[in-house]
Design a protein around this ligand. Structure first.
Ligand SMILES: Nc1ncnc2c1ncn2[C@@H]1O[C@H](C[S@+](CC[C@H]([NH3+])C(=O)[O-])CC(=O)[O-])[C@@H](O)[C@H]1O
Ligand SMILES: O=C(O)C(=O)Cc1ccccc1
Length: 241
């Protein structure tokens, strides 16, 4: 696996973080070493797919990157009468996603679209995955996306929403951010890498509190909402229609 060293040398003009060729190349290493609980969440997405995927329905993975969640779901599904649709607007990610999925045999139909998740139609869905993607959407566009997802889900369909959170209580917020930095240090990132990446993400990734997410999911139409996993300032929620 290609090691993420993108922020290891001093960068003069630190631009905004983007999912370009360089990031796509090192992405599996980057996300594994940066997101506490990532592997657990990927495994659980497979377990949820096994429970919720109904025959002749669609599963959507919005912001699928290199397809880790799709692969986990495809492995866990016990029938093949299902259609998986992955969407990502980064061409370098989509290319790697397609070739990664093609490297394993499966009878389950998977389609990877290079598009903005705000443009695609969601219909006949038994499951929708937003695994660390909503945080990259402009805050004003988030409710419309969740409403579209709610409307495209079948009764008893599930949404998995994983995010980095912020916390209203300042001491708690500081503590959980600091623990996340400890986690990154323990995974070999230097102070410079941590601080340069933090700056690069500032304008691009805007986090919400768990309460803001719950309120927005309610507004979109969901009533059954719960946080099922949390590690420091990262976590994952489920919402059932
Ligand atoms: N508007 C958009 N439309 C389409 N794609 C988008 C958009 N905005 C961002 N993306 C895409 O969302 C992905 C977010 S990464 C998801 C990890 C993956 N889910 C995983 O389970 O490994 C999370 C992270 O890097 O923290 C990137 O591939 C972007 O190109
Ligand atoms: O690296 C970080 O500090 C993060 O917040 C998570 C992350 C992981 C991969 C791409 C962008 C952000």
């Amino acid at each position: 696996m290609q090691k993420d060293t993108l922020f290891s040398a001093p960068i003069n003009k630190l631009g905004d973080f983007s999912f370009d060729e360089a990031v796509a190349e090192v992405f599996p290493d980057m996300i594994q070493r940066s997101v506490p609980g990532y592997s657990n969440i990927i495994t659980a997405i497979g377990m949820l797919a096994q429970r919720f995927a109904t025959e002749h329905s669609n599963i959507y993975d919005l912001g699928c990157s290199r397809g880790a969640a799709i692969l986990s779901m495809r492995r866990s599904l016990t029938h093949n009468k299902i259609n998986i649709i992955g969407v990502d607007n980064s061409q370098p990610m989509v290319e790697r996603c397609r070739s990664h999925l093609n490297a394993f045999h499966s009878d389950i139909n998977v389609e990877i679209l290079c598009d903005d998740i705000r443009n695609i139609e969601i219909k006949n869905a038994s499951m929708v995955v937003l695994n660390f993607t909503l945080q990259f959407l402009p805050p004003d566009d988030r409710l419309a996306l969740l409403t579209k997802i709610y409307q495209g889900l079948n009764p008893n369909g599930v949404l998995v929403l994983s995010e980095k959170f912020n916390f209203e209580k300042p001491k708690i917020n500081e503590l959980l951010i600091d623990l996340h930095h400890n986690f990154k240090r323990a995974n070999g990132y230097s102070e410079l890498e941590i601080s340069q990446k933090r700056t690069a993400l500032e304008n691009v990734m805007r986090t919400d509190s768990i309460q803001t997410h719950k309120d927005r999911l309610k507004q979109a139409g969901f009533e059954q909402i719960e946080l099922w996993f949390q590690c420091f300032n990262f976590g994952s929620m489920v919402a059932i229609k």
